[in-house]
Design a protein around this ligand. Structure first.
Ligand code: PMP
Length: 434
């Protein structure tokens, strides 16, 4: 009897080779399938809502590079802008007219950002914003919320302590306890805890940094009053309110979550969409705060490739297209229709499941109710998600490889993609029951 040996896929081969040279085989941990198991997919091409892997299998993409690809992949106008600008040199390390155009676009569309500085990643944006807030206030303590991710700067890699005033404990090796000690954490959406903390030590807090809609513990929306209370406390105690809109900026609405909820932060960080898929981040806010930055003020911050012409060209082309009338209405409607379809399919198969979307961002949860806190997200059925994820992946639907990540829809997703996704989900839910 002969046995057929299944040929190893090119994808599998690439992963095996990568693991020898790149820790975990990936250049960012979230890309590994650590929580769902299996082999990460190596992609070679994308077009609109679709991706193709190294084995030529196609997928409908619901990650969108973790947010930037709001227009879908390889949008012709974005690619044309990149091609045109690339021919004139890739970098000058000197000012360009396009950077000014980007600053004008951002400050017009996000009016709380009176002044802005460009960087090359979301991590740089949040790290720099915090430095400015500390320089401006002369205070050291910062407040963040459990389950919010703000990039991988030392002071932000801190998990929540259980007590209100628990000193931060680093959640990564390599972060000195002294650095983390200035980072306070509170549960997201806990208004009473926020008010108590401010009553006790409000005058020591340099800034509060928050994802106004959290996309880094699956999707968690702010409960009514949470952002409002934060705004009021920061004003009362002279702390700088930083909205980290790296993910939500130009994703939940044209003016970001601050427009969606009508709250004006003192500072905002951006990334992802404003680079259209190339590395761009930005931080900005009140002019009096931003004037603390070198070369005008005493807070140092710099970058060799900051405002890179090619990256800015991709971002500008993207920001031009998202300003088309009705862009966000359509994106929101598509995303909501997908959620409705998934909920209905789960319901038909008797699976405890809930879902929500805000603009082009969504959360799906294996729980009866939409979670509103870190603890509730953690209590969702992770095993059910993992099984669902792999059924969907087999069917060519590419979701985030973790029950604790938000999903993303692009303007290129249409009726066909939605129908295909809901059909695949129906099969996946049906398999889940067995
Ligand atoms: N802030 C938020 C809200 C994010 O979602 C991310 C990345 N997912 C970052 C900051 C860090 O951005 P980057 O990965 O570009 O450094």
């Amino acid at each position: 009897m002969t046995t057929t040996i299944k040929p190893t896929s090119r994808n599998q081969q690439l992963f095996e080779r990568s693991q020898k040279l790149i820790p975990g085989g990936v250049n960012s941990p979230v890309r590994a399938f650590k929580s769902v198991g299996g082999t990460p997919i190596f992609f070679k091409r994308g077009q609109g809502a679709w991706l193709w892997d190294e084995d030529d299998k196609s997928y409908i993409d619901y990650i969108g590079s973790w947010g930037p690809m709001v227009l879908g992949h390889a949008h012709p106008e974005v690619i044309a802008a990149v091609r045109e600008v690339a021919g004139n040199s890739l970098s000058f390390g000197a000012p360009t007219a396009r950077e000014l155009e980007m600053a004008e676009t951002i400050t017009t569309l996000v009016p709380s950002m009176e002044q802005v500085r460009l960087v090359s990643s979301g991590t740089e944006a949040t790290m720099s914003a915090i430095r400015v807030a500390r320089g401006f206030t002369g205070r050291n303590k910062i407040l963040k919320f459990e389950g919010c991710y703000h990039g991988h700067a030392d002071a932000l890699l801190v998990k929540a302590g259980s007590g209100l005033l628990t000193l931060g404990t680093p959640s990564s090796a390599g972060v000195p306890a002294e650095v983390a000690a200035h980072t306070l954490t509170l549960p997201y959406n806990d208004i009473a805890a926020l008010e108590t903390l401010f009553a006790e030590i409000g005058d020591q807090i340099a800034c509060v940094i928050v994802e106004p809609v959290v996309g880094n513990m699956n999707l968690v929306a702010p409960v009514p009053g949470f952002l409002e209370s934060m705004r009021a406390q920061c004003t009362k105690h002279g702390a700088v309110l930083i909205f980290d809109e790296v993910m939500t900026g130009f994703r939940v609405a044209l003016g970001g979550a601050q427009a969606y909820y009508n709250i004006k932060p003192d500072m905002t960080t951006l990334g992802k969409v404003i680079g259209g898929g190339l590395p761009v981040g930005a931080f900005g806010g009140r002019a009096d705060i931003m004037q603390c930055l070198a070369p005008v003020g005493p807070v140092y911050q710099a970058g060799t490739l900051s405002g890179n012409p090619v990256a800015v060209a991709a971002g500008l082309a993207t920001l031009k297209l998202v300003q088309a009338p009705g862009f966000y209405e359509k994106l929101s409607a598509t995303t909501k229709a997908l959620m409705d379809g998934l909920k209905q399919a789960a319901h038909q198969h008797g699976i405890p499941f809930s879902a929500q979307s805000i603009g082009g961002m969504f959360g799906i949860y294996f729980s009866e109710q939409v979670p509103t806190s870190f603890d509730e997200v953690m209590a969702t059925d992770k095993e059910a998600f993992n099984q669902f994820f792999h059924s969907m992946l087999d069917a060519g639907i590419y979701l985030g490889p973790s029950a604790f990540e938000a999903g993303f829809v692009s303007a290129a997703h249409g009726a066909d993609e939605l129908a295909g996704t809901i059909e695949a989900a129906s099969q996946a839910f049906s398999a889940l029951r067995k």
